[in-house]
Design a protein around this ligand. Structure first.
Ligand code: APR
Length: 320
């Protein structure tokens, strides 16, 4: 059986890390596409030379020609610019919208059957624009945010409870911005919900509130520390989890930015919700009941995404 083909559109910090993970996990052959000349070829060669040491078989190719992504099973999009200290994800909108147009057209022409995972920020608006520009079916285009935001939440909770990250499950829904919604009631340690753990004296409401706030600004904390660019290890791992679920038809239930057609009372936009990812892409959108503060926060988050979509429409009249 031929190996899967994974096209990475954008070969920067996240793109390079994605290629490394694809190789190490033997998920398939890799095409690293970037507009920068030479760099994707250099990264592909460097990674290919790590293969004999690590013991993985994968063909890695760097390119600036969209024809090379032909027949890709998965495209992971990180093309664009990342944040600098003091910038919000929304500040990237103007530049990255133009990049999504070029990338969407490239995928439409050369890899229309791929499962597409968008990482470029501001995520919820960019994945929507990418789907519009590419014309691919909505079940084949998703955005990576919830897995990353949930991983950040899980890391902080595991530290607070002093237990393995493996046993901490957590849900972060809504848009991938400062208004994202970490849902405490659905976050657990081996099935024990966090509110119960507070009652059991494992933590306090104040500490959990502080963890929620830190999760919300988790990306910004890293941008501030790095001083140049944004997070890349955890974003790459998160997208690989989604690609893996698709390629192996695992049907994992993961929080992702998915196109809603009435679910959660929302139509025609991308928002972070739990979905099942399998061989058909988005197999199912899972509607959990959001109550009280979580529901109010979700609504605020959805409105923030709507505003970004309007900003995109003002910049590009082909977007409806
Ligand atoms: N087509 C292809 N690649 C492009 C294009 C384009 N039109 N425009 C820019 N690029 C490439 C750049 O040349 C660069 O190599 O995208 C790459 C982005 O890499 P980095 O600058 O290292 O950014 P990275 O940290 O990988 O983040 C990428 O993901 O998390 C988001 O906010 C982040 O939007 C940013 C994206």
């Amino acid at each position: 059986m031929a190996r899967n083909k994974i096209a990475l559109i954008g070969a920067g910090m996240i793109g390079g890390t994605l290629a490394h993970l694809v190789g190490m996990k033997e998920l398939g052959d890799v095409v690293l596409f970037d507009i920068a000349d030479g760099m994707p070829k250099g990264k592909a060669l460097d990674l290919a030379q790590s293969a004999p040491v690590e013991g993985f078989d994968a063909r890695l190719k760097g390119t600036s020609d969209y024809a090379d992504i032909a027949g890709a099973d998965v495209c992971i999009v990180t093309a664009g610019v990342p944040r600098k200290p003091g910038m919000s994800r929304d500040d990237l909108l103007g530049i990255n919208l133009k990049v999504m147009k070029a990338v969407g057209e490239g995928i439409k022409a050369h890899a229309p059957d791929a499962f597409v995972i968008c990482i470029t920020n501001p995520l919820d608006a960019m994945v929507w624009a990418l789907r519009e520009f590419s014309g691919l079916p909505a079940n084949k285009v998703v955005g990576m945010a919830g897995v990353l935001d949930s991983a950040r939440f899980r890391h902080f909770l595991a530290e607070e409870f002093n237990v393995s990250v493996e046993d901490v499950t957590a849900f972060v829904l809504g848009g991938h911005g400062d208004t994202m919604v970490p849902v405490v009631e659905y976050s657990t340690v081996a099935g024990i919900p966090v509110p119960d753990l507070i009652k059991m004296g494992w933590s306090t409401q104040e500490k959990i509130d502080a963890i929620v706030a830190r999760t919300r600004s988790g990306g910004g904390e890293i941008v501030g520390l790095l001083g140049n660019g944004s997070a890349y290890y955890a974003p790459a791992s998160s997208a690989i989890a989604m690609a893996d679920s698709y390629l192996k038809d695992k049907r994992r239930l993961l929080p992702c930015a998915a196109f809603l057609s009435g679910e959660y009372g929302i139509k025609d936009m991308y928002v972070g919700v739990p979905i099942v990812i399998g061989a058909n892409g988005v197999e199912k959108i899972v509607e959990i009941e959001l109550k009280g503060e979580a529901k109010a926060n979700f609504d605020v988050s959805v409105n923030a995404v709507k505003e970004l979509m309007d900003a995109c429409r003002n910049l590009d009249s082909s977007l409806k």
